[in-house]
Write a protein that binds this ligand. Sequence first.
Ligand SMILES: C[S@@+](CC[C@H](N)C(=O)[O-])C[C@H]1O[C@@H](n2cnc3c(N)ncnc32)[C@H](O)[C@@H]1O
Length: 309
Amino acid sequence: MGDSCEKKKKKNKTEWKNPKKYKPEEEQPKNPTNGSNANSTAKRKRKEVAIFGNYRNYYGYRIGKDLEEDPRLKVMKKEWFQGKDCLDIGCNSGVITIQIAQKFSCNSILGIDIDGDRVEDAKWTLRKFVRTSKKKSATDKSTAGEEGNQPDNLVTKSQSESSRCDSECSTTSAGRDLFDMVSFEKGNFVRNWSSPANKLYHTIVCLSVTKWIHLNWGDDGLITLFSKVWKLLQPGGVFIVEPQPWTSYSKNRLVSEAATENYQNIEIGPGDFQEILLDKIGFRRVEHINPSLSKGKAGFNRPILAFWK
Ligand SMILES: C[S@@+](CC[C@H](N)C(=O)[O-])C[C@H]1O[C@@H](n2cnc3c(N)ncnc32)[C@H](O)[C@@H]1O
């Protein structure tokens, strides 16, 4: 009994820590287009393969169609964002970027993504978000009387929320216009992206992106990510990262030849990230945020870590 419990614990640790020891039984050939895998690879190619995790409609299946609040926001703290200049690396279609801006009233937040289509989606999401809020505001004004309750959840509780908007509901609780606060830009963070006018940020967010950078650019890409984040942060700034577990890498290792090759050679596991960020990159301290989020929602029970420069 005790023994099997011990084994389970070790396996969990291994899943996070030691990529080399946790390879699946059958290793795939380096070039998946050759040999007996050719047919299945051809089929995969016909489907849209999100080699960077640049899924279309990512939030459609993660959150729901109606732009409910992302559950990860529930564990994030206002002081990380309020009045701050923020950067969201790998913003996809911008839902969490916009929700952070609205819920916590950032001074500014820039979402960047390697995929130009996702950046266009994000701009569209922002317009839709503002439109929807305005409509709700108008509806509320015609029906509301003495609304007193003002919850923090700006999307799921949008009926109550919209009543706190002034004339236009593209504003946040701080009265700022979302269009002035939120922007999106295409860029590969680990290769060619540089911050506009060498701006530094108070807060940098990187949620469910490390695996994709790791698979596409290997251990070097990951270290570039961490050191670039460090350089872009103001002293005292915070880096919020949600790494995917090592076990989830194997599912995506065939998305491209580069990913297949990098997967074979990765030596740093997600369980090593904390040590690297503290001991090698130079962050002062870390806080583990225990999401205790609904297990029903795919991917929402991953640990989130906050590192202070
Ligand atoms: C799985 S999605 C996560 C979206 C969002 N951060 C979240 O957690 O809701 C990963 C996103 O990272 C982007 N991405 C991957 N590599 C990137 C890179 N090197 N630079 C910028 N964006 C990248 C992908 O295009 C994709 O939209």
